[in-house]
Structure formats: C-alpha cells, structure tokens
Design a protein around this ligand. Structure first.
Ligand code: ATP
Ligand code: MG
Length: 550
C-alpha cells in the first residue's frame, strides 16, 4: 500500500465518515489529459475500487475564458479508454448558485470586500513570504456597499477587471494564500460552456474547489503537492460555514509525475498545438493520453507504468526509458513479428522458376505456437533491405555478398549472392542470388545454420505503407529547467517518415493493431490508415535502454 492507501485503510478501520470512501478526479476542462493526470486518475479511481467506495468525475469549470466542451468530451473518452468507471459526472458550475450565496454570506459577515484596484496594484501589495502585505484602501468599506457592488458585478454593470471580491483574512499571514485571496472576478467576454451568460462573476478555483468537494461529500480529496499550501485556505473557507466536528473533506497530496524529454503542462501543450509545432493534441509525440494511444500505448501498459513509479511526497523526475520499457514488455509477448522493408532493393533468385509461387507459413512469434501463423507469398523476386547486401564485404559482414557465404531468408530458403546491377551513380538496383531448394525452413534442410538471417517481402504482393518514425519530442532531458524557451528545445528528429514495403498479411491489419516489424521496432496502425494508404506509427524502437537502477 502507498501512504495514501494506508491513510484510507486506517480511516475505514476507525469508522470515519460512517465507513464511506468517496474520491473524485477534478480536471479543469482547459486541455487534454496527459500521463501526469493518469497518475492522479489511477489513485483516485484505484482507491475507490480497492476500498469499495465511489470515485466521481468533477470538472472544475470556473474559467470560461479557457474552457470548452471539446475538452470535457476528450477527458471522459480518455478516462473510459483507460478502463475506469466514475459514479457521477459533476461540474463546479453545478454549484455556482451555492457559491454565490456563500459569497453573499461572507460579505454580510464582514469576511469579504469588493476591491477596485487593478490586478497590478493588488499584486504589489501582496508582500513577500518574509514581508507582510499592505491592506487595500477598499478593505474596510461598509458591508452594504460591498453587497451593492458585488450584486452590480453580477448584473453586468461593472466592466471586466474593474472590481474583484476578496476574502478579508490577513495581509500579514505567512501563508501568502491567506493574504486576502480573490474569491470572485468578472468575466463577460466568454459564455460558459454550461451556464451560458447567466453569470457575470465567476468564483476563483480556490474558492470553488474545496467547497465543491464538501457539497459532493468527498471524504479523501487527493491532489498533487503544489496544493499543500492551498489546503489551509480550503479548510478556512469550509470552517466559515460548517460547524466544527461535522463532516468535511480532507485533502492529501502526492508527488506530481514529471518525465524526462517531455513537458507536463497543459499551457505548454496548448502552445505546441496552437502554433502547429505538433499535429494536434493526439500527435503521437505528445504525452497526452490520446497521443500515447495513437503512438500505440495500451491502457494496460500505461497503468502498469503508473504502478511501477508509485506515490510519495518527494518531487522527482521519471526516466522516459521506463515508460518505453513498459510498452516493450507488453508488446514483446503479443505483437506479431512481421517483415517490413524500409529501404528496399530488389533481389532476383535466378534459379527459382519465374512462373512459380509458393506460400510460406510463418509463426507470428517464433516459438509461441498459440499466437498462430500467417502466410507469406514467396517467389523469384523479393524486396530486401539495401544494407543487407554489400558488393564488397569485410570479414565482419555476414549478410549477403558475392563470394559464397550463405544467408537465410527468414522462414524460407538459404541463398547465396552472385552479383548485382548498379545505376550510373553506382547505386545497387538489383541483387542476384541463387537458392538451395532443399534448405527450406521447417524441412530437414531447414536446420542448416547460417551466420545471418535477413528479412524479405515478395515483390508481387508487397504492400506500400507510410511509416512514421517517432522519437522523443524534446532534445533535452528537462525542458522545464532550461533557460531557453521550451520551443527551442524540440528534437528536430522527432518524426521521420519513410515509405516501406510490407508483407501482404498486413492488408488485414485493423486500426490500433500492434506489430513488431522485424529488426525495426514496434508499430501500430494509425487512425488515419486506409486500405489505399496504409499508415503505421512507431510505438517504440526494439532496443531497450532502461536499466533498473539499484
Ligand atoms: P493546470 O496546469 O491547468 O493547473 P493541471 O495539470 O493542474 O493543470 P488539472 O485539470 O487542474 O490540471 O488537474 C486535475 C488533477 O490532476 C489535479 O488533481 C492535479 O493534481 C492532477 N495532476 C495534474 N498534473 C499532474 C501530474 N503531472 N502528476 C500527477 N497529477 C497531476
Ligand atoms: Mg490545476
């Protein structure tokens, strides 16, 4: 059990909240979910599952300027795809009436005031953690005036930015969040995705979040460590209207997920998307859930990764190699291994009859019979990789080269190169070879060993495919720690597109099907792939550079 699960288990044992366990995942619908959110999701939903509780989804939709239904829809889709089930879908906007009433109550009790200063003036008066702030000149205006002005704000009579409602707490508090935090601001420029133009004033996140938890009956409000300093403020707001000793939510914080060679900020991701630096939120290089899905990551792999990293109270950075390792671990055992020739050159087997065709039956993964077999047409002309042939080879080159060395065509015959054709530039255009009819794999002669095996695809039936070779989006390990603008740190080689020749069995591949292209890596059928234009994305290379650190 991690430390939060231990707290929950203890609370259950002690009969807290009458044995009720209720969590929530509270995204702001201002962007797509990323793998950092998945860490929170796995804990929020996982705790509810594990302890017989419920986890709800709550959209903290308090800022119509940045929020959109597009994000609401993508968030629900992504959570369902990950395999989690929520109890209800709530919205902070469901509580706008209650929160407004609460604000009025605060004003009437002398705990809130309307400030007419600019945002800059308010910021200047904040002070620093070691220096107290200064009181606003509007801090002590009469209750009646505060009420009248706040209601005028809501009626749309005050321009955006001209007034805010602030909590009257303590401008000298060592916790900066207590220095008269803003409770409400005016937003009339953007309609709200659910409440339209009903509201002209919107609660700040800090005035909505804790109360929303309370209204819903959340018992364990789990979030990331940056909210530790907000917790006393959430508790303060609740203490103002909930009697001591009665139910209230408790917040627990864990360390955020940060991964090397990527950014984990919705703001930066939005910039990448808006500025066309990636192809969209679901670009396979993005750390978003939809990006990872398109890259070929499975929910199981993502959840297994989250399991591996665990939950603590110390911020840190996770090696992206671990994430890549996790998907390889999965695909290694289930993705059929097929032939794809990335840099094709024609091979002609001169002693193979021109009118003959045969069908090679190949195991999907060598040695794992349960994973089935597939058929590969074989004939006189094949595509092979250009670098599997050298006209002149040294003693360390064991693949095709004239001069007698034997090479096995994967799952098929042993051949020997006899020569090649070249164009005017000296580039090889055709390789010639002879085959040994008695060396076919699966027959007695098939046991004969060669020093090298090469991949091939029959030219008559080969499929053309676009293959997108994705790599890490950033060239530096920690883009957020770098002084340069994060957009200057993008890896220029994060996408290479090649056209390759695939074995014909891939005509049957469906979207999201996974394959290992032998010697090349793990690939998935892209969402845009069609029978006329096949598209595959590289999920991961074959080489695993993840080393378990002792
Ligand atoms: P913003 O940058 O817009 O504040 P956010 O990433 O905090 O965005 P929210 O929609 O507020 O996004 O996040 C919802 C929940 O996901 C929060 O409880 C937050 O603590 C959690 N969360 C966000 N980023 C991470 C992360 N990198 N690791 C773990 N949890 C995260
Ligand atoms: Mg947030």
């Amino acid at each position: 059990m991690n430390f939060i699960e231990e707290i929950v288990a203890k609370d259950l044992q002690e009969g807290k909240n009458d044995g009720r366990i209720q969590t929530r995942f509270p995204p702001e619908p201002n962007g797509y979910l990323h793998i950092g959110h998945v860490k929170a999701i796995c804990l929020d939903f996982g705790i509810a599952e594990q302890f017989g509780g419920v986890c709800n989804l709550r959209f903290d939709d308090t800022n119509p300027v940045k929020e959109d239904v597009e994000y609401v829809d993508s968030i629900t889709n992504d959570i369902a795809w990950l395999g989690f089930k929520w109890g209800h879908i709530y919205y902070a906007s469901d509580y706008f009436d209650q929160l407004y009433e609460l604000a009025i109550r605060f004003i009437k009790e002398g705990k809130a005031y309307v400030d007419e200063q600019t945002a800059e003036q308010i910021a200047q008066q904040k002070g620093t953690p070691t220096e107290p702030g200064q009181n606003s000149p509007y801090r002590d205006r009469p209750i009646e005036e505060n009420l009248r002005l706040f209601e005028a704000m809501q009626r749309g009579e005050i321009e955006d930015g001209k007034m805010v409602l602030r909590a009257k707490i303590d401008m000298a508090n060592p916790n900066m969040h207590f220095r008269d935090p803003i409770m409400y601001r005016i937003i009339t420029t953007h309609p709200h995705h659910r409440t339209g133009t009903k509201w002209k004033v919107y609660p700040m996140y800090d005035f909505a979040h804790g109360q929303s938890d309370y209204f819903e009956g959340v018992t364990h409000s789990i979030c990331t460590l940056e909210f530790v300093v907000h917790r006393p403020l959430y508790d303060y707001f609740i203490d103002q209207f909930v009697p001591q000793g009665e139910y209230r939510p408790h917040q627990y914080e864990f360390n955020r997920l940060n991964i090397t060679y990527t950014v984990m900020s919705k703001r930066k991701m939005l910039q990448l998307v808006k500025e066309g630096l990636v192809a969209g939120w679901d670009d396979p290089r993005m750390p978003t859930v939809c990006g990872l899905r398109r890259r070929g990551y499975t929910p199981e792999a993502i959840r297994s990764f989250i399991d591996k990293i665990g939950y603590t109270k110390v911020e840190g950075m996770i090696d992206v190699g671990l994430l890549e390792h996790t998907i390889r671990e999965q695909l290694k055992e289930k993705a059929p291994r097929v032939c794809a020739i990335f840099d094709p050159v024609r091979l002609v087997i001169t002693n193979y009859p021109a009118d003959k065709k045969e069908t090679i039956v190949a195991e999907n993964i060598d040695g794992i019979a349960e994973l089935g077999t597939r058929e590969m047409p074989f004939g006189r002309e094949l595509w092979i990789e250009r670098d599997d042939f050298r006209e002149e080879a040294d003693k360390n080159f064991f693949r095709l080269s004239p001069g007698g060395r034997e090479v096995r065509l994967k799952n098929a015959y042993i051949i020997q190169a006899t020569g090649c054709d070249k164009d005017a530039q000296g580039r090889v255009t055709t390789v010639y070879a002879t085959y040994d009819e008695l060396s076919k794999s699966g027959t007695e002669g098939g046991n004969r060993k060669t020093k090298a095996t090469i991949n091939w695809v029959d030219t008559d039936t080969a499929l053309d495919a676009e293959v997108r070779l994705y790599d890490r989006l950033f060239a530096v390990e920690d883009p957020s720690a770098d002084e340069r603008d994060f957009r200057e740190l993008l890896n220029p080689d994060s996408l290479k597109v090649v056209n390759c020749k695939l074995e014909s069995s891939l005509a049957k591949a469906q979207k999201q099907d996974h394959f290992q292209f032998l010697k090349q890596g793990y690939f998935v059928v892209d969402d845009d792939s069609t029978a006329e234009h096949l598209v595959f994305n590289r999920t991961a290379s074959l080489k695993d550079n993840w080393q378990k650190k002792a």
